[in-house]
Design a protein around this ligand. Structure first.
Ligand code: ADP
Ligand code: ADP
Length: 229
């Protein structure tokens, strides 16, 4: 499962200004769709609607054919795993950070999640493995490595949908490169929605939607958008 349908989605935070003016797209199970566009286009608003921080003002969002308004909060939280851009880790062990929210989980499952997030080998090479403190002297996790820890935490929940939130662009080039690699490795075979500021972050998406001022103004694969843009 994990199909997402936006059908004519309209949204206003208040009565006098509409932010999204009729958004239509589908993410099929196993595919990656990216939404890119400049600041203020409505990307964060769109992800807030998917996570149901707000309800749509018009149209509908469906997950596996079910209207989001009929999905319970707990099954929505189970269905969608968010991978934040700026991961803030707890001052605790790497294992704790991965298992957070799943306290009863077995070590083998934590290790498997770490492997799926492509941080398993890195962690195993540390003298204390999963028991290494995140803030330990001599251990400096890069932005991309921190994100892998967050990805492992999300994968452990086994959500049908991964939501990569890269809406802000305050990333250095190295971190952006790492995040792009994370996305490539983790999104394969999973239903993934990426919210990104820049087209260059989402080169391999099955479909890229260019959002401007609350409308999808272009859609296609990366090469097609470059050719037309
Ligand atoms: P993006 O993520 O693409 O930068 P946003 O979804 O954050 O765009 O913002 C889209 C528009 O909605 C902007 O004009 C912004 O000012 C407005 N907006 C965002 N959040 C709120 C809010 N909580 N209340 C009212 N307007 C908002
Ligand atoms: P760079 O990474 O070199 O800064 P990007 O390719 O990421 O450039 O594009 C920068 C901005 O321009 C992004 O906000 C992106 O959405 C927009 N953009 C780039 N190409 C197109 C295009 N063909 N159509 C519409 N918008 C585009």
């Amino acid at each position: 499962g994990g199909r997402i349908d936006f059908r004519g989605v309209r949204f206003s935070y208040d009565d006098d200004r509409e932010i999204l003016h009729g958004i239509d797209f589908t993410v099929r199970p196993g595919n990656t769709v990216a939404v890119v566009g400049p600041s203020g286009a409505g990307k964060s608003t769109l992800s807030r609607l998917l996570f149901r921080f707000y309800d749509v003002s018009g149209g509908a969002i469906e997950i596996d054919g079910q209207d989001l308004r009929e999905v319970t909060q707990s099954s929505l939280r189970q269905a969608i795993g968010i991978v934040p851009q700026d991961t803030v880790l707890f001052n605790d062990t790497i294992g704790y950070n991965i298992a957070y929210g799943n306290p009863a989980v077995e070590t083998a499952s934590v290790e498997r999640a770490a492997d799926l997030a492509h941080i398993g080998a890195f962690v195993r090479a540390l003298p204390n493995g999963l028991d290494t403190m995140v803030g330990e002297r001599g251990l400096k996790l890069s932005g991309g490595e921190k994100q892998r820890v967050a990805i492992a935490r999300t994968i452990l929940k086994n959500p049908a949908i991964l939501l990569f939130d890269e809406a802000t662009s305050a990333l250095d080039t190295q971190t952006e490169r790492e995040i792009q690699a994370n996305l490539r490795e983790v999104s394969r075979g999973r239903t993934t929605l990426v919210i990104a500021h820049r087209l260059s972050t989402v080169v391999e998406a099955d479909e890229i939607l260019v959002l401007e001022a609350g409308r999808i103004v272009e859609r296609g694969r990366h090469a097609e958008l470059l050719a037309s843009g």
